[in-house]
Design a protein around this ligand. Structure first.
Ligand code: SAH
Ligand code: SF4
Ligand code: F3S
Length: 473
């Protein structure tokens, strides 16, 4: 099977350098969420026919792309310190007669645009998350003078992105991300995403199916469907009707080779009855859901504009557990949102005890320029945020450890992904995304097999193949 690149002929020809042109090196680093990681893969696939091979070494890179995240201040500021390092490398290379193009992509690019070039002169190109399909052309233009491209384009970038070559998909392993929805219309008062990623848009079903068929054909067994609000998915189906995420999942589960489906990130208000039922009816859908709640205080939920209260979240969890008793939950929490009192914070701890989470991400509130939260009175002092975060994480950590310990002695379906840490071991993932190390032959990589969990370490589980599998060896 030859590698196929799904570009119209003229476009493919335009991007292909003359045979004699030397290949160049691309260093690309992605920050932030999985959608950024997916975009970075797409940029790599797009630049391959334009003559770029990926490198892990900044020093040898002819092209450096930082795919940035703007979600919290620390994430955004990190980019400028990274750019300082990149500038030093660019200067050294210039002294040696080698040119380096520097690109800032992603959400900082979208939010700060030309300001980035003013702050860091080494940057040649600033390109937003909806515009990177134009990279080859933008890079040519940026050879003359810095270019900023952050206008939301009329065209759909996905129509201009090549399909990953089979070899690239295989090198990425048997799990894959697929963006099915982008943008957010929710406008939580703390969040930059509606500004950096724009309005909610869903990709049409047929395009997603075609992408997944190619992934499955290259050996992918597990998909994570991505969207800033993935369960608000409402893409056009082949018959012209609007499809929900539940219906999309059912269709993707039919594709030969696809054994497991996950989706992230969801908003509680978009957890509809059909999607809850899919957790009962669709075996490929993993019993693990990341459903951010942010806080357990009704007053803070309202101030955050989450548009649901604590009782509504609780009802969704009860229905999910009714549909799928095995389901484990993960969430996001913010401490120190403006106005958060000790009582509000205590309500969050209490809510965590009430629901019980298998894992979670938690953050100190970071005021983001341009969001309503940044202008609210009663900003919480840093030392209070630090103390609340520590208390919250202690509780969440204890719940995670209890969840993991509770799996010992149980038999879980593990999808084996790669060689393990030690000779004779292979590593896979449980339905709950935990890495599992098992003594088993490499021929089992790619299979989903029952594993009896025998032990737990901080970040992984240990197990042995369940008896019936051991007999087959
Ligand atoms: N779309 C997802 C989350 C996107 S951002 C959702 O709706 O839940 C991922 C997480 O970052 C959020 O859930 C939130 O917990 C955190 N976050 C977003 N903005 C933040 C801010 N200004 N300060 C601290 N944490 C923030
Ligand atoms: Fe941000 Fe809220 Fe949209 Fe999630 S739902 S991306 S937290 S605005
Ligand atoms: Fe960050 Fe943008 Fe994702 S702000 S979390 S990279 S959508």
């Amino acid at each position: 099977m030859t590698d196929t690149i799904d570009l119209p002929v003229e476009e493919a020809a335009a991007e292909t350098p003359p045979a004699a042109a030397p290949r160049r090196k691309l260093f690309i680093k992605s920050y932030g969420c999985q959608m950024n990681a997916y975009d970075a893969q797409k940029m790599t696939d797009l630049l391959a026919p334009a003559g770029f091979d990926e490198t892990q070494s900044l020093d040898e890179a002819d092209l450096v792309i930082l795919n940035t995240c703007h979600i919290r201040e620390r994430a955004a500021e990190k980019i400028f310190s990274e750019l300082g390092k990149v500038r030093a490398v660019k200067n050294t290379r210039r002294a040696e007669g080698r040119a380096t193009q520097v690109v800032v992509a992603g959400c900082v690019a979208q939010a700060e645009g030309g300001e980035i070039v003013r702050r860091q002169k080494a940057v040649d190109l600033v390109v937003g998350p909806q515009n990177y399909h134009r990279l080859p052309d933008l890079l040519r233009r940026a050879e003359a003078a810095p270019v900023i491209d952050t206008e939301f384009p009329a065209e759909d970038k996905f129509d201009h992105l090549p399909r990953a070559p089979r070899s690239a998909t295989q090198a990425r392993g048997i799990t894959a991300f697929v963006t099915v929805q982008e943008g957010c219309d929710k406008f939580c008062t703390f969040c930059v995403v509606p500004y950096t990623r724009g309005a909610e848009v869903s990709r049409p079903v047929e395009k997603i199916v075609a992408e997944v068929e190619a992934l499955a054909e290259a050996g992918v067994r597990e998909l994570t469907l991505l969207g800033q609000n993935v369960n608000a998915y409402h893409g056009e189906g082949p018959e012209g009707r609007i499809w929900s995420l539940a219906k999309l999942c059912a269709r993707l589960a039919e594709i030969p080779g696809i054994a497991r489906l996950r989706y992230t990130t969801s908003h509680p208000n978009d957890m509809d009855a059909e999607l809850i039922a899919a957790h009962r009816d669709l075996p490929a859908l993993m019993p693990y859901l990341h459903l951010p709640v942010q806080t357990g205080s009704d007053a803070i939920l309202a101030a955050m504009n989450r548009k649901h209260d604590r009782a509504a979240y609780r009802r969704i969890i009860d229905r999910l557990r009714g549909a799928c008793p095995d389901i484990a939950l993960s969430s996001d929490f913010i401490v120190g949102f403006p106005g958060e009192s000790e009582a509000d914070f205590a309500a969050t701890l209490d809510f965590i005890r009430e629901i019980t989470f298998a894992s979670a991400f938690s953050f100190k509130y970071s005021p983001r320029p341009g969001t309503p939260g940044a202008d609210l009175p009663d900003q919480v002092p840093e030392d209070v945020k630090i103390a609340r975060l520590a208390a919250l994480q202690e509780l969440l950590d204890a719940q995670r450890q209890a969840f993991n310990a509770g799996l010992v002695g149980r038999t879980l379906a593990v999808l084996f992904e790669k060689k393990g840490r030690h000779a004779g071991q292979i590593a896979g993932r449980s339905p709950y995304l935990q890495p599992v190390q098992v003594d088993a032959p490499e021929t089992m990589i790619g299979q989903v097999l029952p594993v009896e969990i025998t032990g737990v370490a901080t970040n992984s589980l240990f197990g042995r193949l369940a008896a019936e599998e051991t007999k087959r060896l």
